[in-house]
Design a protein around this ligand. Structure first.
Ligand SMILES: C[S@@+](CC[C@H](N)C(=O)[O-])C[C@H]1O[C@@H](n2cnc3c(N)ncnc32)[C@H](O)[C@@H]1O
Length: 468
């Protein structure tokens, strides 16, 4: 593979005698990975039911390699059930090495299309809030779909300048991930188009952007909170350089150790402008040292002088229905009787006939551009309530009364995903009219409305299985 000359020269300086081993990697095939959605299925259970051959990614507990030349995991009903996300193995590292406790407030500043945000959301296990932002509105649409497919409900999807978010969320977050826009040097093997883009916008351009995103995000982190900065590039200016600039401006930040793996390499102190030795705690991922593409990670803690841990507040999960539950529209209330979950009536928010279930403890968001705030529960159409695709994905089978559970081998699974009407006469269970949650092997896919043995398909048209 022919690499840009200026890039090659830079890598020779960075890698010294390792340079030949590094370039030899370009003759090897790229790696394909999938990451298990642990908010829906345990890793052990997934390994039991996984329909294709997988091997563990050694530094990611829920990550696996698959053979992308032979298998197509994106065309499988389990993908439609949100059981996994397809992701290059090194790209799994940032969200994996940012510890999240359910109940925390988490921000993903540059989140689209959701490779990291889906993992952060899964780690929250439905408690607290994930705010996933991306400046690109079109990319944020893909982000929303991926988060909903993953079943993440306690979330907001925003499309804003981080500088504007600062005004709304001062020192608000417990954890922040910045998977920064970068020159993408680590992805040249995976995607050759990145080389062309690199020639147009290189490290100089991106480092300026990264420095401003970093300082804006820093202002949104609580004292004692953690920030993980990552790129998929090798350039020192965008890695040690951008993080140095943050430390110059915010000296209360301290670099933290990242849980190790034998293939990780230390960050390079000589490229830092300040507190050089601390940069050994940052991580460089090189493809000639491990089975993944190039990345950089830095984990930082915002100091507060004293007792930092105790200052990170939690957003507590709902404890039960409040007295105002009776004020919700009757058809919605009837539907909610079928959902075995302790809703808090005060968190329902009805806007233009759409019913949302909001995370707790949010500031006033007037003026922010958002694609989604809260879990879209469904829509009121002339007083009749229709549950949403997002709710179907957010539910577990045991949380809903009326289930149609098909085994993977049943041809109705694909028919349902294609949007076709389903006949259920042969099934002994479901008889009553109403909303049914269609599942594959116990994992929800979407809703349908049953009447006299026929299920009217309510699978979201934009998500349908396309015939190839
Ligand atoms: C490396 S990608 C993020 C990938 C994503 N974290 C994932 O794992 O799927 C960088 C993202 O930053 C977004 N971006 C660029 N400039 C931004 C800015 N100033 N604020 C927020 N997002 C920005 C881009 O639209 C792009 O989606």
């Amino acid at each position: 593979m022919e690499l840009p000359k200026a890039f090659e020269e830079k890598m020779k300086t960075l890698l010294g005698e390792e340079f030949d081993a590094y370039t030899a990697c370009y003759e090897e095939p790229r790696y394909y990975g999938l990451r298990v959605n642990t908010s829906k299925i345990s890793v052990e259970e997934f390994q039991k039911i996984c329909p294709f051959s997988i091997t563990p990614v050694p530094w990611i507990e829920n990550g696996f390699y698959y053979d992308g030349e032979k298998e197509s995991p994106a065309r499988h009903p389990y993908y439609y059930a949100g059981l996994y996300y397809l992701q290059e193995p090194s790209a799994m590292t940032p969200a994996n090495r940012l510890d999240i406790t359910p109940g925390e407030r988490v921000l993903d500043v540059c989140a689209a299309p959701g490779g990291k945000a889906t993992e952060l959301g899964a780690k929250l296990q439905g408690e607290g809030v994930l705010i996933a932002n991306d400046i690109s509105n079109s990319r944020a649409k893909g982000l929303l779909k991926n988060l909903e497919l993953f079943g993440i409900g306690n979330m907001l999807v925003l499309s804003e300048e981080p500088g504007k978010l600062m005004d709304y969320f001062p020192e608000y977050f417990d954890k922040i991930l910045i998977d920064a826009p970068c020159s993408g040097e680590g992805m040249f093997r995976k995607d050759k188009k990145m080389m062309k883009a690199w020639e147009e916008h290189g490290p100089e351009f991106f480092s300026k952007l990264q420095r401003s995103i970093l300082t804006q995000a820093a202002a949104m982190l609580k004292p004692g909170g953690m920030l993980l900065y990552s790129t998929c590039t090798f350039d020192p200016l965008e890695n040690e350089g951008s993080v140095s600039r943050l430390l110059e401006q915010y000296p209360e930040f301290e670099l933290q150790e990242i849980r190790p793996y034998e293939g990780f390499r230390e960050g390079r102190p000589e490229y830092a402008s300040i507190r050089q030795e601390e940069f050994r705690k940052t991580v460089r991922i090189f493809p000639h040292h491990m089975k993944g593409e190039g990345h950089y990670l830095a984990l930082l803690k915002k100091g507060n002088g004293e007792g930092s841990e105790t200052q990170t507040s939690r957003i507590h999960p709902a404890k039960g229905r409040s007295a105002s539950y009776e004020k919700l529209p009757e058809d919605l209330r009837n539907f909610l009787q079928l959902v075995h979950r302790p809703f808090d009536a005060g968190r329902f928010d009805i806007r233009k006939d759409r019913v949302y279930y909001m995370p707790e403890g949010l500031p006033d968001l007037t003026g922010i551009r958002f694609l989604r705030s809260g879990l879209l529960i469904g829509e009121l159409k002339k007083g009749r309530f229709e549950p949403s695709q997002a709710l179907a994905m957010n539910l577990k089978k045991e949380e809903y009364e009326n289930i149609l559970d098909f085994p993977l081998s049943d041809e109705r699974v694909i028919k349902y995903l294609k949007g076709e009407t389903i006949l259920t006469d042969d099934l002994t269970g479901p008889k009553e009219k109403g909303w049914y949650l269609v599942c594959v092997d116990g994992y929800p896919l979407g809703f349908g409305k049953l009447s006299q043995g026929t299920l009217k398909n309510k699978y979201l048209p934009g998500w349908r299985w396309m015939s190839s």
